[in-house]
Design a protein around this ligand. Structure first.
Ligand code: NDP
Ligand code: 2IT
Length: 450
């Protein structure tokens, strides 16, 4: 049995039912045989077995009082996956679906994504099954304070630096930061995505969505194509999705969809971004209300989605930007996209495409930017925020954007030149995984059996 197969088999035996984690691990390991053959040291040093094992996992109870003075209980997680390249770095997700498998898949992907940025950051992830939607501001504050009361002892600006993800934006980071400061007396860069008045970086909020569009531009440029004048599909209606929509408009492309957990909105003239922003700002805000202002638009509730996929991917467009959540794009969705003329898919979300969809897109050969490359702009600007905090500086938005554009170009070049080196030109899954893996593996070997 091969080193890859043995590693996967052992993983499934020791962590039953962690399906999203297996999916993320398989997706990386199946691309590694060429680099393992070229570097026998990686197997000799047992790198695969070590890299799939988190250095540390913390699980804790989070109790908090709701507005009716009832005690609520949630579960908190932080997975400190790999610190070969730097302090653990990665977001916190607050969503009812959060469980150890989800946090581990996200933490595992974060290792390779962060390595691919070329910056000195390790990989980690955390979160809770707490659902912020429909909760009052004070409930969110009490939850965040309780969450940090446990987490603070495990994090720090040179140890582990959490940030946002689904359900965690500037408001949640603010409450978490306030509680960290109260407990430690330290005003320092322990979290990224902070408010601009208290240590946040200009451009961080927009970085993932903007970076993802920059990445798509690089893929297309190499193929003599561009986004200008093209129709684009975007899923999600949160931070990543709406900043993707914003950047597409700046480039004179036309984003025609957004979606959320309740349904999909299609507007052939282009999504009315200010309206979507104001609808989603309301607690439990629904995209369905968009139709009151734009009767010509189309709203499909989740109950009317095709049995084998999602409504958002069934419209004709040149490019697709999945920016909501994992496994939101099936093989049937991918087939529909390609049949309808889609030439480019850049992942704003983490692991949005099912494994079968990824294999299909690779076979067809359209420009496909995997999340570990395409959505790395967010964590990259988080690292710039850490650098600014360490030097007590605040950079301008223009300066941050210049760095973001440079970093996205470098990620694209790293992934594409590595793909060429391994004889699969244009395959950014293989190129990105190998380029990230090699950096981490070399650093692990240098640091010995730790
Ligand atoms: P937000 O919480 O701001 O937005 C998430 C959006 O996705 C919402 O519109 C939400 O719908 C929708 N969504 C979430 N879960 C589901 C689901 N199970 N089914 C359908 N829709 C769903 O999160 P972000 O925009 O920050 O994150 C989106 C994706 O991008 C995630 O995969 C995240 O891991 C990834 N990412 C985020 C980065 C960041 O900097 N924030 C960086 C890199 C990747 P609803 O409003 O109905 O809940
Ligand atoms: O998935 C991700 O890269 C993030 N949620 C952002 C992580 C970060 O530390 O900024």
């Amino acid at each position: 049995m091969s080193y890859v197969s043995r590693t996967l088999q052992g993983l499934k035996q020791s962590f039953p039912a962690q399906t999203e984690f297996y999916q993320a691990v398989e997706e990386v390991l199946e691309t590694l045989p060429p680099v393992l053959e070229a570097n026998p040291r990686y197997e000799e040093q047992n790198i695969l077995r070590r890299i799939i094992e988190p250095e540390r996992q913390i699980t804790f109870r989070v109790t908090w009082m709701d507005d009716d003075n009832r005690i609520q209980v949630n579960r908190g997680h932080r997975v400190q996956f790999n610190s070969a390249l730097g302090p653990y770095k990665g977001g916190l997700r607050f969503h009812p679906t959060v469980n150890p498998s989800i946090i581990k898949f996200l933490g595992f992907e974060q290792i390779f994504k962060n390595a691919l940025t070329g910056l000195a950051i390790g990989g980690g992830k955390g979160g809770s099954n707490f659902d912020p939607r429909g909760r009052s501001d004070m409930e969110i504050m009490r939850f965040c304070q309780s969450f940090m009361t446990e987490l603070y002892r495990h994090v720090g600006p040179t140890t582990d630096v959490p940030a946002g993800d689904i359900g965690v934006g500037t408001r949640e980071i603010a409450y978490l930061f306030g509680q960290y400061k109260r407990l430690t007396k330290r005003f320092e860069g322990v979290l990224t995505g902070k408010g601009l008045l208290w240590g946040g970086s200009a451009g961080r909020e927009a970085a993932t969505g903007h970076g993802c569009v920059y990445f798509a531009q690089h893929m297309l440029e190499d193929r003599g194509e561009q986004l200008e004048g093209q129709r684009c599909l975007v899923s999600g209606a949160g931070n990543v999705a709406l900043h993707t929509v914003e950047k597409l408009y700046e480039l004179n492309a036309t984003p025609v969809t957004v979606s959320d957990s309740k349904g999909t909105l299609y507007h052939a003239d282009g999504i009315d971004l200010p309206l979507v922003r104001s609808l989603k700002r309301q607690p439990n805000g629904s995209l369905a209300a968009y139709m009151e202002e734009h009767t010509e638009a189309e709203y499909t509730p989740v109950s009317d989605y095709p049995a084998d996929g999602h409504a958002v991917w069934r419209y004709p467009a040149f490019a697709a930007f999945p920016s909501a959540t994992q496994n939101e794009l099936t093989r049937a969705d991918a087939e529909a996209l390609v049949e309808n003329g889609c030439q480019c898919l850049a992942e704003g979300a983490n692991m949005p495409c099912e494994a079968e969809a990824v294999h299909f897109l690779e076979d067809v050969g359209i420009a496909y930017g995997p999340g570990k490359a395409a959505n790395a702009g967010g964590v990259a600007v988080s690292q710039l925020e850490m650098a600014q905090n360490a030097r007590m500086q605040a950079w301008s938005e223009e300066r941050v954007d210049e760095h973001l554009q440079r970093i996205m170009r470098e990620i694209y070049l790293r992934a594409s030149t590595t793909a060429e080196e391994f004889g699969v030109p244009g395959n950014l899954v293989v190129g990105g995984n190998i380029a990230g893996f090699r950096r981490v593996a070399e650093a692990m070997i240098d640091q010995g059996a730790v």
